[in-house]
Each structure stands twice: as structure tokens, then as C-alpha cells.
Design a protein around this ligand. Structure first.
Ligand code: HEC
Length: 156
């Protein structure tokens, strides 16, 4: 009984930590100005446009991941197609892979991005972009976007 309680609170603490690392918080959406990403709904899509974070994810992906994972998440001979991976991978597992890196078959290696601020800071955006690709919501090209939404300092 005691033990169960403990493992439950440990689980909740882990979930809370995962969310706070990524800057996620729970909320529902009304339009793109109210949209707050969550692991369940990481991107916003309406009238052929994505939220600014998802668009930023597209840019970050192409700067840091494209070289191995291929154009628009489609994979290469060196690294897997992330748009397939994200059909089964949780947000937590995604973050974990990027933070710790991977050693794959044929000695292919993915470095740890733990010290790359341009990746870690925007990891939720990269996830959002790949999830939108994985869900088939956006195509290969640069997606159209809604304007960046200014956040109050208090929201931070
Ligand atoms: C130097 C090449 C390289 C770069 C750059 C790279 N990766 Fe990888 N990544 C790999 C390899 C190789 C694997 C497969 C390892 C394996 O087989 O388990 C991998 C695996 C992954 C996985 C696990 C996929 C799965 O199905 O288990 C994720 C998630 C991932 N990478 C995300 C990223 C993201 C996001 C970026 C950009 C920030 C990135 N990678 C940049 C080489 C790379």
C-alpha cells in the first residue's frame, strides 16, 4: 500500500519533470493565439498553417537533424525515418533519445544533444514539427505559419 503510493508519486514527479523541461503545460486550444502545446497535441494546424513553434521546429530540424535523418523526417541510409518513429514513440522517449544520443546498427551513431542549446531549448518545437509530419498534416516543404504569439512574462 505504502509502496504503491510511493511509486505513484514518483511517476507523477517524473511526468512533471519531463513537462517542465520542455516548457509544456496543460491547456486546451481555441485558436492559434490561445494554443498551448502539450505532448498529446503538440502542434496547431488550421487553414493550411501551423503555429509558430511548429514552424520553428521545421527550421531546427533542418539545421540539426536533417543531415542524418533525411529531408522532412523521411530517413536515410544512416538514420531512421523519424516520422515513422513518432507513430509509436512517446514525447518522453523522444526527448530521452535526443538528450542521451544513440548507437545504432552498423555502428551508426547519434551524438547527445544535451549541450546543444539550439536543440534542447526548442526540443518541443522539433517534436511538434515531426509529429505534424508523422500525422500527415503537413508535407515536405516549409509549412505556412501563423504569427508568433507574444507571451506575457508571467506565462513563462
Ligand atoms: C550524426 C547523425 C545524427 C544526427 C545529426 C541526429 N541523429 Fe537521431 N539518430 C541517428 C541514428 C544513427 C539513430 C539510430 C540509432 C539506432 O539505430 O538506435 C538515431 C535515432 C534517433 C531517434 C530514435 C528513433 C527511434 O525510432 O528509436 C530519435 C528520436 C532521433 N534520432 C532524433 C533526432 C533529432 C531530433 C535530431 C536533431 C536534433 C537528431 N536525431 C540528429 C543519427 C543522428
Amino acid at each position: 500500500m505504502q509502496r504503491n503510493k510511493f511509486s505513484k508519486s514518483l511517476l507523477l514527479a517524473t511526468i512533471a519533470l519531463t513537462y517542465s523541461i520542455s516548457g509544456y503545460s496543460a491547456a486546451s486550444k481555441a485558436d492559434y493565439r490561445d494554443f498551448v502545446p502539450s505532448p498529446e497535441q503538440p502542434y496547431y494546424f488550421e487553414d493550411g498553417k501551423v503555429d509558430f513553434g511548429t514552424y520553428n521546429g521545421f527550421r531546427r530540424y533542418h539545421a540539426d537533424c536533417h543531415v542524418c535523418h533525411g529531408p522532412a523526417g523521411m530517413g536515410s541510409s544512416y538514420a531512421p525515418a523519424l516520422l515513422e518513429s513518432l507513430k509509436v514513440m512517446s514525447y518522453g522517449d523522444f526527448v530521452n533519445a535526443v538528450v542521451t544520443g544513440r548507437v545504432g546498427m552498423n555502428n551508426s551513431v547519434m551524438p547527445s544533444f544535451a549541450k546543444n542549446i539550439d536543440v534542447i531549448k526548442y526540443i518541443a518545437d522539433i517534436y511538434a514539427y515531426l509529429k505534424a509530419r508523422s500525422d500527415g498534416v503537413i508535407g515536405m516543404n516549409r509549412p505556412a505559419k501563423f504569427p508568433k504569439v507574444k507571451k506575457l512574462i508571467a506565462d513563462k
